[in-house]
Design a protein around this ligand. Structure first.
Ligand SMILES: C[S@@+](CC[C@H](N)C(=O)[O-])C[C@H]1O[C@@H](n2cnc3c(N)ncnc32)[C@H](O)[C@@H]1O
Length: 286
């Protein structure tokens, strides 16, 4: 009998130094950060959609949603579900936040199911076995990645869940965001080229459009390279215009303390003064 190869062979290379953090990603490890400047990304249930999520939502409303199965990774305040649940066949969402789960369930939207699971975990790889989604939304594909192995596991899970004609939708703003303060490596700050390198490992192509980035089989994304037309130009403008109000709303929705935290975090990103405690599942040292 052939034994599985215990050596990890990366499927793509964008320069990650930590190939395997050796710690299985969990949901509760997101609550284990003790340092005071930590941005509580864990509970976004009371916040407006982030600017990138807002653009993805606006794009979603331009699509015929009937009969589509949608997976939203990073539930936040369940904004895509609120837009799509009444028309789509099913909307599933994933979160590491019990508060977001409670909030989502309280909405009682038809066909909306939320899963409390870490997307980089084995548990998520098994959670939706057999399901196929036409559209997978994740504005932060690798923003919270602990290592190459677990990032790859997530992409393998997505590959298994994606309908052959389906598309994954992400956005440049979220691609550029990493939770660097919690030890996420800078290589996970993706540009279109890095996303293409990752996508190629799973047989996908990348089609950028007005900040949005679509991933999927060549035939699935082909139509999304929208040829220049007045309607396309208008859609492009409307999507770009969605960023600014959403940014202002997001800044306004921050509690004062959190605003300070975010400002400190961005300042610390420019001039790091001290090394934060790391989340247990992000520790790289043996
Ligand atoms: C900044 S909030 C954004 C929420 C929403 N996508 C938006 O943009 O408005 C980050 C979201 O990602 C989720 N999240 C973060 N890390 C995750 C992980 N490893 N697995 C699953 N969800 C995760 C959080 O629970 C939260 O819903």
């Amino acid at each position: 009998m052939t034994q599985p190869d215990p050596v990890f062979h990366p499927a793509f290379d964008i320069g990650a130094a930590t190939l395997d953090c050796g710690v299985e990603p969990r949901t509760d490890s997101y609550d284990a950060v003790e340092w005071p400047d930590y941005v509580p990304l864990v509970d976004w249930s009371g916040c407006e959609p982030t600017p990138d999520q807002a653009v993805m939502n606006r794009w979603l409303t331009t699509r015929p949603l009937d009969a589509l199965a949608i997976l939203h990774v990073g539930a936040g305040n369940s904004s895509p579900a609120r837009l799509a649940a009444s028309t789509a066949r099913a909307v599933d969402a994933v979160t590491v936040s019990p508060h977001e789960l409670t909030h989502a369930r309280g909405l009682e939207l038809p066909g909306y199911t939320v899963h409390l699971v870490n997307k980089y975990s084995e548990q998520f790889a098994c959670a939706l076995t057999g399901r196929q989604f036409d559209c997978i939304l994740d504005n932060n594909l690798v923003s919270f990645a602990c290592c190459q192995r677990h990032a790859e596991r997530y992409f393998e899970t997505l590959a298994a869940l994606l309908n052959p004609d389906g598309i994954i939708v992400t956005h440049r703003l979220g691609m550029r965001f990493i939770l660097e303060s919690a030890g996420v490596e800078k290589v996970w700050r993706l540009d279109t080229g890095a996303l293409r390198t990752i996508a190629a490992a799973y047989g996908w192509q990348v089609a950028p459009f007005a900040g949005l980035h679509f991933l999927g089989a060549p035939s699935a994304v082909a139509g999304l390279h929208l040829a220049p037309s007045p309607a396309t130009a208008l859609l492009r403008l409307r999507l770009r215009a969605a960023v600014l109000p959403a940014t202002i709303r997001m800044a306004r929705s921050f509690p004062a303390g959190l605003t300070g935290t975010v400002i400190r975090t961005f300042r610390d990103k420019r001039t790091p003064t001290r090394r934060p405690h790391r989340k247990p599942h992000l520790q790289n040292d043996p």
